[in-house]
Design a protein around this ligand. Structure first.
Ligand SMILES: Cc1ncc(COP(=O)(O)O)c(C=O)c1O
Length: 397
């Protein structure tokens, strides 16, 4: 027996909420086009996705394998396995000389899961939250899906593409802000903030009661100078990190937060309800990853070689201008000598030179029309080949 439902009711049943109407990630379209070229036998050099080519540390894989031959994988505490939280705290002590109470550490499903918990714990619908432009698109999309007002603040070469206290306070004076989110090293720019710049921004934010959120997912991948954690500068900052990048564990979907004391319990309650806990196998692997830092430092060394190949090679190929290549594994190139339509530029470069990169419009709808992001997390021979192909392609006009 089938139910008879009127047409307008059916339309209502099928309608997605307005808040779910977030823009897609354009890099996915580039990936799909690259896959079509590969299916037809072409060899594409992938510089579009921000994903390490290397696998998870061997120590992480061994820990996961051992867990699989054990008995059960149960739920864990919503805040994460206690020994993992302690190990994360130790990592701060070892790498940043920063003492953090393990009770302030929350294990999350990647940093992506951390954003949802953090934004829910910190903001009400309608709160204004500042993010930098260019910037990682899901910041804006998650905030708006949760009903927050995103306040984009444009960065420029004048501040090495970092947000400054003055810029933040100027936006705050127009209409009060509740929060601000920055990343250093940043995506897509690959630029970093010095300790002084970060400290200045945190002081400016907190003196006005603006919550400071620091996305530190690219920590460990710093080349210009050491990255500084906001956790060492303020107990009120909310720090987000992940095993995806330095530890090469994107698909394991595990990350963490360092949260101010008063937010531990609210975030625990949210996590209990939203996810119960983070996948247990991934947490076990993540704990094992900390014994694999020597292997990961070798991977980082490979990125440093790639970075040098691009910094030296791209200008000869014709891409003479790019932002300071400080950290992460991105180079953000100014292609305004050739185009003001980076989507078309990236499409043609893919079709004609078989080099895949991400159009800047993914990160900045306006100025991004003149920028392309290259990810250098691949192999050194691929970087050399990419530079050659780009040079020949640009020379052909
Ligand atoms: C700046 C930044 N933050 C967060 C993420 C999300 O990473 P994950 O959820 O894998 O930790 C990414 C992924 O590329 C990123 O570039």
């Amino acid at each position: 027996m089938s139910l008879t439902v009127s047409r307008d009711r059916v339309e209502n049943l099928l309608k997605a909420s307005a808040r779910s109407d977030v823009p897609p990630f354009m890099v996915m379209d580039v990936m799909a086009a690259a896959a079509r070229i590969e299916a037809a036998g072409g060899h594409v050099i992938h510089m579009e996705v921000g994903q390490p080519e290397h696998a998870a540390p061997r120590t992480a894989l061994a820990a996961a394998q051992a867990a699989l031959t054990g008995s059960r994988l149960d739920y864990t505490s919503a805040l994460g396995i206690p020994s993992l939280r302690q190990r994360i705290a130790r990592y701060y002590r070892d790498t940043q000389d920063c003492v953090i109470d393990p009770d302030r550490i929350v294990v999350t499903t990647g940093s992506s899961g951390a954003f949802i918990l953090a934004f829910l714990a910190l903001f009400e619908p309608g709160d204004r939250v500042a993010v930098t432009v260019p910037g990682y698109p899901p910041y804006r999309h998650i905030l708006s899906a949760l009903g927050c007002d995103v306040v984009p603040i444009e960065t420029s070469a004048a501040s090495r593409h970092a947000l400054t206290g003055d810029m933040l306070l100027a936006a705050h004076r127009k209409a009060p802000l509740k929060g601000v989110l920055v990343a250093s090293p940043a995506n897509p720019t690959g630029t970093m903030m010095t300790r002084e710049a970060l400290a200045g921004l945190i002081t400016a934010a907190e003196s006005e009661g603006i919550r400071f959120i620091s996305d530190e997912i690219y920590h460990g991948l710093d080349y210009a100078f050491p990255a500084v954690t906001a956790a060492s500068l303020s107990p009120h900052a909310l720090v987000i990190n992940s095993f995806s990048k330095y530890f090469c564990m994107t698909g394991w979907r595990v990350g963490w937060m360092v949260v101010p004391d008063e937010l531990v319990r609210p975030i625990e309650r949210l996590q209990q309800n939203l996810a119960i806990s983070v996948p247990t196998l991934s947490q076990i692997a993540a704990e094992g990853a900390f014994d694999g830092t020597a292997e990961m430092d070798d991977v980082k060394h490979g990125y440093e070689i790639n970075r040098r190949l691009l910094i030296d090679g791209l200008p000869k190929a014709g891409l003479k201008r790019f932002l300071p290549v400080d950290g992460a594994f991105y180079l953000y190139a100014d292609v305004s000598d050739f185009t003001h339509d980076s989507l078309d530029f990236a499409k043609r470069m893919l079709e004609q030179a078989h080099v895949a990169a991400t159009p800047g419009v993914d990160f900045d709808p306006v100025h991004g029309r003149a920028f392309v992001r290259f990810c250098y997390a691949g192999s050194a021979p691929d970087m050399t080949e990419a530079v050659e192909r780009i040079g020949q392609w640009l020379a052909r006009g």
